[in-house]
Design a protein around this ligand. Structure first.
Ligand SMILES: [Zn+2]
Length: 271
C-alpha cells in the first residue's frame, strides 16, 4: 500500500515536472512592440547617478511595450500622459515631451484600449502610469507594496483606484505558460517590478522598468538618489543579473535612449 501510494505520488510529480518543462521550452508570446511613450531632457543626470556626472544633462527615452499573446494583449507601462503630446511639460527634473500619443500608436497596430486584457506597470511614477486611466476595463497588475505606497493618505493618487486590479505579492506567471512573468524587483520604489518575456525568434527579454535608469548605472550598479531602498536595489540588480545569465536574456532598459533608438519601434515588432 505504501509502495503504491509512493508510486502514485511519484508519477504525479513527474507529470507536473513534464508540464513545467514543456511549457518553459515551447511557450512564447507572438509579438512585442516598443512604443514611444515620451522623452525627458533632464538637467542633471547625477539625480540618478549620485556623485557622477554632476550637473551634466541627459536625454532619457520613455517606452511602453505592447505584447500580443494569442488573441490577448498586455501593455507594460503607459508612459507620460497623452496630454503631454499637446506641449512640453517642464519640472525641476527636466522637460518632458511626447511625439505621439499612446492611443494613436495603439491604433496604428489596430488595437483599442478596451482590447487590452492586462496593463502591468513597473511602478507608479508619473512617467510610467500617465495613461493608466485610459485602460479602465483592463486588469491592472501591480505589487501590493507599490499600491499601498502610492495610495498612502498623504499622497496624490497616481490614477483611479476604483478599477479592475490585481495586487501582487511577488512574481506572477501572467498567462500561466511561462511566456510572460512579472518579477518583483523592489528598490527604486517599494513595489517596483520587471517583466520577463519569451519570444520565439528574439528569445528572452527582461523589461527592467527603472531598476536601472540607463546602461551606465546598470554596469556600475548605482543606486539612484530617489530610490526607496539601496539594499533592495542591490538585491534586485542581482536577481536581474541571475535571470539574464540563466535565460541568456537581453536587458531592455526603458530610459536608456541610445538603446531605445537602436531598437525596432512600433509598428515594427519583435517576434
Ligand atoms: Zn521612469
Amino acid at each position: 500500500m505504501r509502495a503504491y501510494r509512493l508510486a502514485v505520488r511519484l508519477s504525479a510529480a513527474l507529470a507536473a515536472l513534464a508540464i513545467v518543462a514543456s511549457g518553459a521550452a515551447a511557450r512564447t508570446v507572438d509579438r512585442l512592440y516598443v512604443m514611444d511613450c515620451g522623452h525627458n531632457a533632464a538637467s542633471d543626470q547625477s539625480r540618478w547617478s549620485p556623485g557622477v556626472n554632476v550637473g551634466k544633462p541627459i536625454e532619457l527615452s520613455d517606452n511602453c511595450y505592447l505584447i500580443r499573446h494569442g488573441n490577448e494583449w498586455l501593455l507594460w507601462d503607459t508612459g507620460y500622459p497623452d496630454s503631454v503630446a499637446a506641449g512640453p511639460v517642464t519640472t525641476p527634473v527636466g522637460t518632458a515631451t511626447r511625439a505621439k500619443t499612446l492611443v494613436a500608436q495603439l491604433a496604428e497596430v489596430g488595437v483599442k484600449p478596451s482590447d487590452i486584457r492586462f496593463v502591468a506597470v513597473s511602478h507608479t511614477h508619473g512617467d510610467h502610469v500617465g495613461n493608466v486611466d485610459l485602460f479602465e476595463q483592463s486588469t491592472l497588475l501591480i505589487q501590493k507594496a507599490e499600491f499601498d505606497w502610492a495610495f498612502a493618505p498623504d499622497k496624490r493618487p497616481p490614477f483611479k483606484a476604483d478599477r479592475p486590479l490585481r495586487k501582487l505579492e511577488g512574481d506572477l506567471d501572467v498567462f500561466g505558460d511561462g511566456s510572460v512573468v512579472v518579477i518583483a524587483t523592489p528598490g527604486h520604489t517599494p513595489g517596483h517590478q520587471s517583466l520577463l518575456v519569451h519570444l520565439a525568434k528574439t528569445g528572452w527579454v527582461v523589461l527592467s522598468g527603472d531598476a536601472a535608469h540607463f546602461k551606465d548605472n546598470w554596469d556600475h550598479r548605482r543606486v539612484a538618489s530617489m530610490n526607496t531602498s539601496a539594499e533592495q536595489t542591490q538585491a534586485s540588480y542581482k536577481r536581474i543579473a541571475d535571470l539574464l545569465a540563466e535565460k541568456k536574456a537581453q536587458l531592455w532598459i526603458n530610459h536608456d535612449k541610445p538603446q531605445s533608438l537602436s531598437q525596432k519601434r512600433s509598428p515594427q515588432f519583435y517576434d
